[in-house]
Write a protein that binds this ligand. Sequence first.
Ligand code: PMP
Length: 363
Amino acid sequence: GPDYVRAIAPYQGGKPIAEVAREFGLDEAKIIKLASNENPLGMPESARQAMLAAMNELGRYPDSNGYELKQTITAKYGVPADWVTLGNGSNDILELAAHAFVQPGQAVIYAQYSFAVYALATQAVGGRADVVPAKNYGHDLGAMLEAVTGDTRLVFIANPNNPTGTFIAPGEIEAFLRKVPANVVVVLDEAYNEYLAPELQYDSIAWVRQYPNLLVSRTLSKAYGLAGLRIGFGIAQPGITDLLNRIRQPFNVNSMAQAAAIAALNDDAFLRRSAQINTDGYRQLTQAFIEMDLEYVPSYGNFVLFRAGSDDAAGARINLELLRRGIIVRPVGNYGMPQWLRVSIGLPEENAAFIAALKEILS
Ligand code: PMP
């Protein structure tokens, strides 16, 4: 196989509850997982009902083109159905973009400390990663623009970013889109968009109408509570969508996921509850970090990155102590941040248990 495939370091997900229970001799029911930026409310009841109905049709293939789901997306976002690509999670969209636009040796730009899958998707196609140093733990779009060369085919931008939670002002993104060469495809990954406060929301779909080289990606895994089903989508003009559609697996989104996504996208009440519990939990966690005198990066997502200690073993050490107490968070050593840990925002009682464990460990 290609050397560039052999060189890939595998994705490290959040540790599963069953494994932690076994490894640390704990009761599964008492373990609290705040490691994968999942929705602490679980999935919406509306999606559960839709799936129960869809279950009767599992003998059939899914709709390969996701007709009904695309109708829902069309209505919600005001774009034609042929501007939508459905994905097996938004990860799928990110990977399809790399496959569609990057040949071995061509370059992909993304920011230091941004989502791990950008590196994986780049490496999987033999692309060259031009990683641009972060500014205040977030994207430096000016420097990313300067990094564009004749080799550049793709730029990944995450807003808000994972694992740092940083937010890019819409004006900066717009300026970037205006200046970036038209033959460079820009993927604007908005996995955490629904957590943005109303006054921070911006119209990225208007940019899609204006810029034929922009692909916006969204997911049902976070605020919509459907991470286990694997469903996300991309919105772009047909020039991009048509290519993604040619290379995706014909049945990349299963029928349960399609049914659940339609229900969830129409469930505004669930979305509002998800955002509210996140706002409350953010305050709860950050107040505790301030009390404990722990540095954290202000976050616009459903997680917070905090500095567990000032030595490079701190992240791993505190992570282990948390695991012993049945709390799973995410180490970010693979992002080059060995002093830091990322904690997803949970239910009030889950946040409280995490805070209590952390206080005990650090005292
Ligand atoms: N983009 C970002 C920035 C993320 O943090 C994640 C989830 N960790 C994803 C995309 C992918 O999520 P999914 O494949 O579940 O849609």
